[in-house]
Structures are given as C-alpha cells and as structure tokens.
Design a protein around this ligand. Structure first.
Ligand SMILES: Nc1ncnc2c1ncn2[C@@H]1O[C@H](COP(=O)(O)OP(=O)(O)OP(=O)(O)O)[C@@H](O)[C@H]1O
Length: 282
C-alpha cells in the first residue's frame, strides 16, 4: 500500500490546459474513480501520476518521494489492453514481471519459478486460471482485459492505475472486469485510481470519486456525497439523469460502511460487492 499525493498539478499542451492546479491525497488502500467527460483531463492525470507525463507545474509524490519517471511499484491498465494476441493468457501475464530491459527474457519465458507462480496467482485473481493456456485471440474483450489486469498484478504494484479499462466492453463484461479490479485491489491492499465514463458503474464500485471538468477538480468525495447535482457539475450540459439509475449498492452506505461491507466476515470482497449489503463491521 502507498499514499499517493497530487500537489498543484498543472499540465498544458500549447494553449490547452489539460490539468489545472489539481491536488488531492489518496491514503493507503483507497479505491478511487476519476469521472469526467472526454477531454476533461483523466488520462493526463493518470499519466502524470505514474510518471509517463511530466506536469508543467506541481508534483506527484508517493510516500513523500517525488515521482519523476515510471516506477515498478505503480502498475497501469489501459483501455486497449495491449496484450499479445498470439500468446496465451499465462504468457501475457508473465510479461508483467519485466521492466523494459528484460523484455526479451520475458518473451523467452526465462523468469524464475516464483515469477511464474505469481503469473498463475494473478490469473486466478481475475478468474482465468483455467484459461491460462488459451491464446489471447480466442478470448472475449472482457477476458482479454482481465489478462491485462493480471499482467499489472504480476508487477506486484502498491498502486494500480487504470485508464478507462472497460470503455470498449458490453455492460455485463464491464461489470465483471470492474468487480475483479475491485477485488484484486482489496485482496492485495492496493491503492487504486480508475478513470471511468460510466457513472452507474462508478457508483457501484467506487469508494471515493474525483470529478474533473476542463482540467479542474470540481469534486472530491465519497459515494454518499456523489449526488445528481455533483454529477451535473462534473458533466455540465450532458443529460445526466439516465446515468443515475439506482444500482444495487445501498445508497445510504457511508464510507465506513463501505469498508465494513468489504470486510464482512465470511464474504469475499467480490461477493460483498455483489450483494451490495451495508452494515457495520462485526
Ligand atoms: N499529447 C497531447 N498533446 C496535445 N494535447 C493533448 C495531449 N494529451 C491530451 N491533450 C489534450 O488535453 C486535454 C485533456 O485530454 P485527456 O486525454 O487527458 O482527457 P480525457 O478526460 O482522458 O479524455 P478521454 O476520455 O477522451 O480519454 C484534451 O483537450 C486533449 O486534447
């Protein structure tokens, strides 16, 4: 687990202000969803957080250390899962063990037994252990995205970032992928930030929410604070009513109940999310 801090992040591309003085602190183990319309700065924020993009001003810190370049303890899942279609799910997951200089070694599968075990363990986490030897090209989009998550987990990150990981999936597959992401983050005590377009999905799985509009942070709060007015503020003129259909998450759930639900005795994190039950920690 790691604490992630954005301190006055601004990023400009010529005249375009992609991020405008964005600050927040994400404590250990929080599951945060970033919301905003296309072009609001979600990808730029995630790229700054993992050191792929240098901010024009401001700073990202992980446990008080400035992030100046990509780090092994920060993993990223992309919308285009970037998996190699001709390789099996297992081989794809195994590529998560590498940092770039070991790419050839990874393709030749020269990793240690420990790393191979980690790849299988990660596939199990995303429910694909039985499909380990299946070629990625024979898998559905949702399964391929889960392979992408497994590969990120093999990296053994403390922080997991995902940039619209379900944007190209049908609603059922999108829910499944989100459920595995949330479960993986909880099981492995990861601090997670996920950008999403779908508000209902965000409300169902998110714990905390950061809303961006024109590069500015216009909301930072928990599920019970994410009201229709807030959604309107984030999405502006877009018709947001339909985005706010009731989900099976108890809307009265407060932030402590959310954690209590996840830690409910005898319930796996996934089943706790499934049932959407509130209540306090026993
Ligand atoms: N490399 C770049 N060069 C120039 N402009 C960029 C670059 N990257 C992002 N931008 C601009 O910065 C703004 C924010 O883009 P960003 O991709 O972060 O938004 P987003 O919310 O992730 O959008 P989407 O949901 O469509 O991915 C946009 O106006 C975009 O055109």
């Amino acid at each position: 687990m790691s604490t992630l801090v954005a301190d006055g992040l601004t990023k400009t591309f010529g005249e375009t202000v992609a991020l405008d003085n964005v600050s927040f602190e994400i404590p250990d183990g929080e599951f945060v969803v970033i919301l905003g319309v296309s072009g609001s700065g979600k990808s730029t924020l995630l790229r700054c957080l993992n050191g792929l993009t240098a901010p024009t001003s401001g700073e990202v810190r992980i446990d008080d250390t400035p992030v100046l370049e990509p780090r092994d303890d920060v993993a990223m899942v992309f919308q285009q899962h970037n998996i190699i279609e001709n390789m099996t799910a297992y081989s794809n997951a195994l590529t998560g063990t590498l940092n770039r200089s070991r790419y050839v070694e990874s393709l030749l599968q020269l990793q240690s037994d420990d790393e191979k075990y980690r790849a299988l363990e990660a596939l199990e986490t995303v429910g694909l252990l039985e499909e380990a030897q299946q070629k990625a090209r024979r898998m559905s989009g949702g399964q391929q995205q889960r392979v992408g998550i497994a590969r990120a987990l093999v990296q053994q990150p403390n922080i997991l970032l995902a940039d619209e990981p379900v944007a190209s999936l049908d609603p059922g597959s999108a829910q499944k992928v989100m459920r595995y992401l949330r479960t993986a983050a909880q099981d492995r005590d990861l601090t997670a930030m996920i950008s999403l377009h779908q508000v209902n999905l965000a409300r169902k799985f998110g714990q905390r929410f950061i809303g961006l509009r024109d590069g500015r942070k216009v909301f930072d709060g928990y599920r019970d604070e994410l009201t229709l007015d807030v959604i309107d503020e984030i999405y502006g003129d877009v018709d947001t009513e339909g985005m706010f259909a009731k989900t099976d998450v108890d809307e009265r759930t407060d932030r402590s109940a959310d954690i209590a639900t996840d830690g409910a005795e005898g319930a796996s994190p996934a089943s706790a999310i499934d049932s959407g039950t509130g209540g306090s920690r026993s």
